[in-house]
Design a binder for this molecule. Sequence first.
Ligand SMILES: [Zn+2]
Length: 469
Amino acid sequence: MSNRRNVLANRCIGLLALGMLVFLFGAGAATGQQSVVRDPAEPTGGKPKAKVIVRPAGAVARTTVDEKSMRTLIHELVGCGTRLTISSWTDPKRGVGCGRDLVVARFNEIAKDSGGELQVMVDKFESTSERTSGKPVPLENVYAILPGSDPKLAKTIFIVSGHMDSRASDPMNPELDAPGADDDASGVAVSVECARMLSKKPTNRATILFAAVSGEEQGLLGSYHLLDWIKQQGYTVGGMLDDDIVGADTAAGGPHRVRLFSGNGEIDDADSPSRELARAVEEIDGRAAIRLVFRVDRYGRGGDHYPFYKVGLPGVRFTEPLEDYNHQHQTPRTENGIEYGDFEKYLNFTFMGNVARDNAEALRQLAMAPAPPSKAKLTGAVTPDAKVSWAADEDEGRAGFEILWRETSEARWQVYEFVESPGETVLKSVSTDNHFFAVRSVGKNGARSIAVPTEIERRPPPLPTQPKQ
Ligand SMILES: [Zn+2]
């Protein structure tokens, strides 16, 4: 090898090594790997070892989901021809009234088996929107209520809801068929199946409402009314799980995770009650089951969790992993060899059964939990220690509270410390600035409330004053 060639070879090796370095560091940044952590320890002496209370035993087993009953209910709902909200409420064979009858009948069967625990009711009301031609039309929601065992917590309500109405391409024409197998007989079947699974041997301290609402396709009318009804009854909303289009999972390699949508809210730091509910559901059901999506809904779409979310209540939406728009909101037909329509044959009951199980387990644990703390605050800015304080009513069933924190760039909470009583806790040598903080209640039974992020006092830095003109 000549000298010149040697120099060239060395240069090449040098460049290669540089490339490798760039590649390694670049890859580290892209995948979020912390190859070199060069932050000071916080707190200085290391994080306190928090007491861990194990989550409640007796999880809803996947094998207990009755897929056959879900399939039967959906088949019967599809058999109503259309369930458009402005179709007939009185014809037992065709229209939304036919759908209502089926849901009421199924809830009543479940109520009978529950030994009188579950209370079934039909809520009749009127509502108006563009899609009722601006005229008030009659609507009905069906509710099955499983009262909470704790006198105080029974005024807190957790809701699971699907919408029984369906639509064709034209949302104003009841003559068109609208099978609505996926949108949203699937969500109704999930809500109803949750009622069956949770009313057998109820463990809920708070109340659970299993809903099948109408009017979704006409402008979320049933859900807006449900929110009013809940307020009239004097309930506090603990959480609202909307199941809408949860029946199909056609991509290869399934069953896949269900998507869980939650909005940012209108406060700083993206810690809306809806987001906290979504995090709680993921923690209960696991990351292998839930795909968190940090947006209020799919682009340009809406759903029944929205009225709850919009007023700052915890409301989230479950939706299948990958939607097929040929099978939603379409009048059944074949065009250019493409079949349109929301038919049963596209459903996947293995996937749907998973969704039912995950909803039921989330409801079970949330409704066993103590009430979330209130007035959570973070103080201690410009001092060496962060101070977290909160309030909570007396609760015999509560073991204490978990103080949570997370890096501001992380999606999920971690437990910082366990504390038995409300009031103020000083987080020694923890900065107020490098993490977000929250608090949640923990039951003696191991059930956790949703997290309540700490509010901070906003202190804007001094700004230049405008010179007088
Ligand atoms: Zn829908």
